[in-house]
Design a protein. Structure first.
Length: 538
């Protein structure tokens, strides 16, 4: 007989809230999607109402990666943002949907599906019929699995709401729909000892076999998990909250040291890897007394599929695909690092989550990336600040809503009239957040509310203080369907550097709209210019 488990009342209360929130979220999404499918029944391609209807659905679920109308031929008729889900719909899970798919279902719940642009996403699809009840195609909405948890959650959050409890959503066959690390989405908990990390298979099977309960995950750690069951469109899953395994091993450093150290360390790692090969390099990285042992730096190596070869933060991730891993603001650092490696190398940023007793803490890190050859690349990370920072997920919503509202205004009033209104300093349209810009995919600034003198400037090759070509990344991000990225900006007057969060959304075939918001301010006193210190390593 199993030993009784003492569960704190607040843990059970949060599980109840988790269950209610999950059902509310999925019901709201399904209802909005069905309403959209009904509205599209009488709309043909080319009808301007198509854009309006799809954007209304997109705005009703701010967490969505995008929405689209897929015709019965399998071709995407329209999407919001423009072209956002075109590559996703080409995946077999969505490409093979037809009239027969909806015979017994009013809505299909599909996923998780991996998308290079968005990572793992889940999709809801509803059929569209004309007045004669002939199947015309389907309406689809895609979103990150973690967004199903609650209205206050965001990709990259490790805890449930403001607690330290870790939320999981796992199908009864063991497939992970959502996990605290986000790395394991799409993997099977029964197949991976890395996911279980000391939790026996028998414990996992009990959770998957029983609709609700509480269990001690391991005798040594004292961690407890409670779970209940939910069903979405015929797919049963376990909603699990577990107590946290607390640790924090990310070193914090003064701000005036990191830029040259992290670059030089990556250059040295690159040179060693080029001379000694992958196997010997990985062995040297794993050697606690090796030449890469460091108290302040963390080393990484990945192949170009995104599989971890060595992870200085979490050695147990070796062999895991990390492209879906999200940092504390929901960005996918390994996917960005791979992109940097394809470009020949460079700097990027990450808010590394801290697993402590206080939820929402992170360490702001700078990383330098270099490709060793066409099969793998290396990364070195170091903290920028000498303290942890508190994540403010509302800043994601600020830039998101700014772009959403501006996009809707453009759709109604047209591009030129909208730009004129946005640039009017007396306009109340952007009263809450005036940081809005537009740029074509060649890098030309079309509109900039805060910096009107930049209109017409070519920003494609703009680099921040570390040489990161962030504006080029913004253009490429817009072309791929939009999303979030980090931007480093230097204020020469105050001698401060600002790390900003940017949200970008495509508006046409050749331009995008974006908004940024400051996350951290970093004094520049004592810093040296990186371009004067870079060794020749390529």
């Amino acid at each position: 007989m199993d030993e009784p488990v003492n569960v704190a009342p607040e843990l059970n209360a949060n599980l109840t809230d988790f269950h209610h929130s999950f059902l509310s979220q999925t019901t709201r999404i399904r209802t909005a999607l069905l309403t959209t499918a009904d509205a599209l029944s009488g709309v043909e391609q080319g009808d301007p109402r198509l854009d309006v209807i799809l954007r209304d659905l997109y705005l009703s679920v701010p967490a969505s990666a995008g929405v689209c109308y897929v015709q019965d031929t399998g071709v995407v008729g329209r999407s919001a943002p423009l072209a956002s889900l075109y590559s996703l719909v080409s995946r077999s899970e969505l490409k093979d949907i037809n009239a027969d798919s909806f015979v017994n279902r009013s809505v299909l719940f599909v996923g998780p599906i991996y998308s290079p642009a968005y990572g793992e996403v889940v999709c809801f699809a509803a059929p569209i019929y004309d007045s004669a009840n002939t199947y015309k195609g389907y309406a689809c909405i895609a979103l990150w699995p973690g967004e199903l948890i609650s209205d206050t959650s965001f990709p990259g959050s490790r805890s449930y709401n403001d607690t330290t409890y870790r939320p999981w959503i796992v199908f009864t066959d063991g497939l992970v729909l959502s996990s605290p690390s986000t790395t394991y989405v799409g993997d099977n908990v029964l197949d991976s000892a890395t996911i279980r990390r000391g939790v026996s298979e028998s414990v996992i099977r009990q959770i998957l076999d029983e609709k609700e309960g509480a269990i001690r995950l391991s005798a040594s750690s004292g961690r407890i998990a409670v779970w209940t069951t939910a069903e979405v469109d015929g797919r049963e899953m376990r909603l699990i909250l577990s107590t946290a395994e607390l640790r924090s091993d990310i070193p914090l450093e003064p701000v005036n040291r990191y830029s040259t150290d992290v670059h030089n360390a990556t250059a040295n790692l690159y040179l060693y890897a080029s001379e000694h090969g992958q196997e010997q390099t990985l062995a040297e990285l794993a050697n606690p007394q090796g030449i890469f042992a460091s108290e302040k730096l963390r080393y990484f190596a990945y192949d170009f599929n995104g599989t971890s070869l060595y992870d200085g933060f979490n050695p147990q991730y070796a062999g895991e695909n990390m492209l879906n891993f999200r940092d504390s603001y929901g960005l996918r650092p390994v996917a960005t690092e791979r992109f940097r490696a394809w470009q020949g190398g460079g700097y990027t940023y990450m808010y590394a989550p801290v697993q402590s007793g206080e939820p929402g803490l992170a360490v702001l890190c700078i990383l330098y990336v270099l490709p060793v050859d066409d099969t793998w690349f290396v990364v070195v990370s170091q903290s920028i600040l000498d303290h942890t920072v508190k994540i403010d997920p509302s800043k994601r919503n600020v830039v998101l809503s700014t772009v959403h509202n501006a996009s809707s205004y453009i759709l109604i009033h047209g591009k030129e009239a909208a730009f004129q209104e946005f640039m009017n300093p007396d306009s109340s349209l952007l009263a809450d957040h005036r940081n809005l810009f537009a740029m074509n995919y060649n890098g030309t600034i079309l509109m900039d509310v805060l910096n009107p003198e930049m209109v017409g400037a070519d920003a494609f090759y703009f680099t921040d203080m570390h040489g990161a070509s962030t504006m080029r990344e913004i253009a490429m991000l817009g072309r791929a369907g939009g999303g979030y990225c980090y931007l480093g900006v230097t204020n020469s007057t105050t001698q401060e550097s600002m790390i900003c969060l940017v949200y970008v959304e495509p508006q046409g075939d050749d331009w995008c709209l974006g908004s940024s918001i400051m996350l951290e301010t970093i004094p520049l006193d004592g810093w040296q210019q990186v371009e004067d210190l870079m060794p020749q390593v390529m």
